[in-house]
Structures are given as C-alpha cells and as structure tokens.
Design a protein around this ligand. Structure first.
Ligand code: SF4
Length: 177
C-alpha cells in the first residue's frame, strides 16, 4: 500500500509479508498465513515501489510474520536505510525475547526505528495506538519516534481508489457490508 495513515506515525508506505506459522486465535489477517499464498516479488522491485511512494515519511512492515522472512526483510531494509530517509516500523508476532533469539536479529535492529512485538492474544484485546492486545511491547531502536508519536495513529482507515477498489487497514479495521 503506497500510502496509509493508520499503520504508524505520519503517512507511511506499508508492506505485508506473506506467511505466518504462529497461529494466534482471532488473528484478523488469516489470509496472510499460508506460506504458499501471496505473490513473489524481487527485492529490488519492492524497494523501487517503496522509493516511489509519494509523500511518505516511513515504511511499515507487517504480515504474516515478517521475521519468518528475516533474511529477505534485512536485504530490503538495508536498501531502505542506505538509500532513503524513511523511518521503519515493523510488527512481529514473536515476543521480544523470542525475536532476540533469531540469529540475524542483532543485524536487523539497526535497520528498524520501532518494533511492535508479541502475539495477538484475544483475551487481552485492546484497540489503541497500534497495539491490538496489551501483552504486546514497544521497542524504540532509534530516537526518531516516541510513544507519543504512536498515540495519535488512527485505529482504522478506509481507502477508496479512483477505480473503486476499497482497502481497509489499521489495528481495528472497520467491517464493511
Ligand atoms: S503473528 Fe500476526 S499474522 Fe501471525 S497469527 Fe499472530 S496476529 Fe496473525
């Protein structure tokens, strides 16, 4: 998605990576779980789309589970870091302690400004500030953003394109009939 207001601070380009084996009950992106689903894209092409996104201040990566494609994610974010001024926000369903056990994680951290970590837990559901359940934790790896910057992010967003396509995103996407 080239432009979104509901996936992090400011206007952001958003990328959803396909495939997740974590299986959180109540996940609202079940269509992203199948590792054979989605479509394959060349990393340079994806970076090209991100760079061409108009008027954005950052990139948000969600899923699916981004850390289950960690090597490709790192390759992409190295391009973003070295060739743009875009900020980077990443969602992961792994608790932070588990994410830290991923061998490449230490190389990934400097490429990320904000990490939102932890599985979605239905019994702890809350709808605010990019946090979908209260067990999730926020990690700021740079001083680009603070918790206050995340507090004003809308919980839902509906985008209707000129051709009539409707996209619904956010931490609490509205249901359409
Ligand atoms: S980690 Fe995210 S995509 Fe995977 S099941 Fe949990 S909420 Fe859904």
């Amino acid at each position: 998605m080239p432009s979104s207001l509901a996936n992090g601070p400011g206007i952001r380009c958003c990328l959803w990576l396909q495939g997740c084996s974590l299986g959180c009950p109540g996940c609202f992106n079940p269509e992203t779980h199948d590792f054979a689903g989605g479509a394959s894209y060349n990393i340079d092409d994806v970076f090209g789309w991100i760079r061409e996104a108009p008027g954005v201040e950052g990139l948000t990566v969600s899923g699916g589970e981004p850390l289950q494609q960690v090597e490709s994610l790192m390759e992409l974010l190295e391009l973003v870091r070295s060739k743009t001024d875009l900020s980077v926000l990443v969602f992961t369903g792994f608790p932070f302690e588990a994410a830290e056990q991923i061998p490449s994680f230490w190389k990934l951290k400097p490429l990320i400004d904000v990490l939102i970590a932890g599985p979605y837990v239905e019994g702890l559901a809350v709808r605010s500030s990019l946090i979908s359940s209260t067990n999730k934790t926020l990690h700021f790896f740079s001083n680009r953003y603070s918790q206050a910057d995340l507090a004003t992010v809308p919980v839902s967003e509906v985008i209707i394109s000129a051709s009539g396509d409707v996209s619904v995103t956010g931490i609490d996407p509205v249901s359409l009939r």
